[in-house]
Design a protein around this ligand. Structure first.
Ligand code: 3PY
Length: 251
């Protein structure tokens, strides 16, 4: 059966020292509770090794927020999937709307990144989601279907089975607006059906689909109660141990 997952996306926040302190605080808080979900924190590249060493990685999975679409070589400033894996990190967020919008990551580039992540043993947390105009025009179903098809449907069923999906409506990211639990359920169910149509019911039923976009302790329980919402990819609320724990314990 698919896993419930709460993953923090720290984005470009925290110094190394602040990040390690936050990771230790979350780790200590988790030691005292029994959770009904896997917990992941995705940190800036600079923090990965230190965070991996600071936490019990059986309790907290550590991930990067991106990786390169090239294997290695003359790509100044890039960080490869192999390098990420060599830190002990197990996950990588790919296709976040901020990377699609500000760094022009196309479906083809993301396809490469997914392949390289998988080839290096990393689990991609692959983000999809529509912008406000697309939702208002009723195109959100087509948009997310295309995002999944264009970057992931080249994968074998076995490899697709390693992917975690995160539906993040762009209009709900960093805006304080959240999709209602019913809106989230409607599109998560649609995404699962899209997967089932391609890979069959079993693969679809085993795929964790997280909700992202201003998920916080006050709305997490209602979102997570929906049958096709398997957890959250958390932005701002992941930057404080108490609010992150509030979301983790919402299951
Ligand atoms: C948010 O909730 O703001 C996110 O973008 C999580 O990735």
């Amino acid at each position: 059966m698919r896993k419930n997952i709460v993953a923090g996306n720290w984005k470009m926040n925290t110094t190394l020292q602040e990040g390690v302190a936050l990771a230790k605080e979350i780790d200590a808080a988790l030691a005292g509770v029994s959770t009904k979900c896997d917990v992941i924190i995705a940190t800036p590249f600079t923090h990965l090794v230190s965070v991996v060493n600071a936490v019990d990685t059986k309790r907290i999975g550590v991930g990067a927020e991106n990786c390169a679409d090239k294997t290695e070589g003359a790509y100044t400033g890039e960080v490869s999937a192999k390098m990420v894996a060599s830190t002990g990190a197990q996950y990588v967020i790919l296709g976040h709307s901020e990377r699609r919008a500000y760094y022009h990551e196309t479906p083809e580039i993301l396809k490469e990144k997914v392949l390289l992540a998988l080839a290096n043993g990393l689990t991609p947390i692959f983000c999809i989601g529509e912008v406000l105009e697309e939702r208002e025009a009723g195109k959100h179903f087509d948009v997310v279907k295309a995002q999944v098809e264009e970057s992931l449907f080249n994968l074998s069923a076995e490899d697709f089975g390693k992917i975690i999906l995160a539906y993040e409506p762009v209009w709900a990211i960093g805006t304080g607006k959240t999709a209602t639990a019913d809106q989230a359920q409607e599109i998560h169910a649609f995404i699962r059906k899209t997967i089932a149509d391609k890979y069959g019911k079993e693969v679809a039923e085993n795929t964790s689909i997280l909700y992202g976009g201003s998920c916080k302790p006050s709305n997490a329980a209602e979102l997570f109660a929906k049958p096709d919402v398997d957890g959250g990819l958390i932005g701002g609320a992941a930057l404080k141990a108490d609010s992150f724990m509030g979301i983790i314990t919402a299951f």
